[in-house]
Design a protein around this ligand. Structure first.
Ligand code: AKG
Length: 297
């Protein structure tokens, strides 16, 4: 068994179709979680903004508080659905993400959760890098019009399995996060994300495979299903990549679930063959994981 991974497990990523009805989105997400658990997944990932359509105009209407913890059920139905589904299925759920409202400051965040198999919240991650881009004639999206950024790297210790890292969508483009998490012992990087029909074909798969290749870890990217009637056209193509950057499973645009066996021996094998972890030259360049890093562990 790998020193990074205490026990192998089956990962499931749900490429969910979400619409404008929040209650429907939640009950549909719950059904798909049950389906993934029934198929044997022990860790289950949902996509970015699973309780709402994706878009700055929607965030305030779909936002929920996460404090006090637990938040009141009537204020935070998404939080409670995830907690209850985790307990019901006895799985870890990376419930990602929802728009979060911090009531005191009135700030909004893009926030993901990890619940354990008893339904207990293990961690939250607020998207650190907001999606502010402008590609003329293609796509302009300024998430910071509405959202505030998170300030912490999230590494979560799943007691049975070991450490995973959690970040959201645009965060994947900042390889320092992945590198730091991998050097701190994460064996799997999970990115709920909603790339679009412009940047998806350009970079989605490349980003997933690059983070896996550079760090010799598993990577999961979990997208909403594509809906060409929505205001934002998600790329879909959820995928799970192995530590050698090989795609283990991938969806197209439609709703579905992909699964992969997360096996510690594969990490060891890849790292033995190409021993980057013994060959780094921190006498020549700095180790980004050794500097001042803010964690949400
Ligand atoms: O990085 C990209 O191309 C897309 C990012 C994105 O859609 C997001 O952060 O929500």
């Amino acid at each position: 068994m790998s020193s990074l991974l205490k026990k192998n497990f089956k990962l499931g990523c749900i490429q969910l179709a979400a619409g404008s009805d929040k209650q429907k989105n939640l009950s549909h997400a719950r059904e798909k979680i049950l389906e993934a658990a029934k198929a044997g997944a022990q860790v289950i990932v949902l996509p970015e903004c699973f309780n709402s359509p994706y878009g700055c105009q929607y965030f305030p209407d779909y936002a929920e508080p996460i404090e006090p913890s637990p938040p009141k059920k009537e204020d935070a139905p998404s939080w409670h659905m995830l907690s209850e589904a985790a307990a019901e299925t006895k799985t870890y759920i990376v419930g990602a993400s929802i728009p979060e409202l911090e009531p005191d400051t009135k700030k909004y965040y893009n926030t993901a959760f990890v619940f354990d198999p008893e339904g207990k919240l293990l961690a939250t991650h607020r998207k650190i890098h907001l999606f502010d881009i402008d590609i003329p004639g293609k796509i302009k999206f300024i998430e910071s019009d509405v959202l505030s950024p998170g300030n912490k790297i999230t590494i979560v210790d799943l007691p049975e399995y070991g450490k995973i890292a959690l970040a959201i969508c645009y965060d994947v483009r900042f390889p320092e996060l992945a590198m730091i998490a991998a050097r701190k012992g994460a064996f799997l990087l999970v990115y709920p994300g909603a790339f679009n029909t412009t940047t998806g074909p350009m970079h989605w798969s490349l980003q997933a495979r690059a983070r896996a290749m550079d760090n010799q870890v598993f990577v999961a990217m979990c997208s909403p299903a594509q809906d060409m009637d929505a205001t934002y056209h998600a790329w879909g193509h959820s995928m799970i990549v192995d530590p050698n950057a090989d795609i283990m499973d991938e969806l197209q645009e439609k709703e579905g679930i992909i699964y992969a066996d997360i096996n510690g021996a594969r990490i060891d094998e890849v790292r033995k063959g190409i021993p980057l972890y013994q060959q780094r030259r921190f006498d020549v360049y700095p180790d980004v994981s050794a500097g001042k890093v803010r964690f949400e562990e």
